[in-house]
Ligand binder design. Sequence first.
Ligand SMILES: [Zn+2]
Length: 121
Amino acid sequence: MITLKQHLLAHRHSLGMGRCSCGHPDDPERKTIAGVQDDHAAHVAATWREARIVRTVEDLDMLPAMTIIRYPVDFIDHSMVYERFVDSATGETGWFLGEEVVRILPASLPALVVWTPEDVA
Ligand SMILES: [Zn+2]
């Protein structure tokens, strides 16, 4: 899972180049530095959210213990927050909803990764 630091490094903006380091061009309608910066901030925010979306159970299974997700993302009004657990003694993995162990249903994906331990590494 990409961290915020990695994401920001992948989306550095250069006023001189007129685009983001990922290749996303500046909006030609933005005529001021503040306008360009605002547009770039919106681009980074949108790509950040997309980078934190998990679409498959296989990708969910790769997330480390203590990862927090919001799911299902497509029904945000009805989504809940889940925490990944990995039992080091048995190897059992799963998701806590509160204190309950629950299954994440593939048909209801994607999920949004809110936080992983990698974020503070
Ligand atoms: Zn970019």
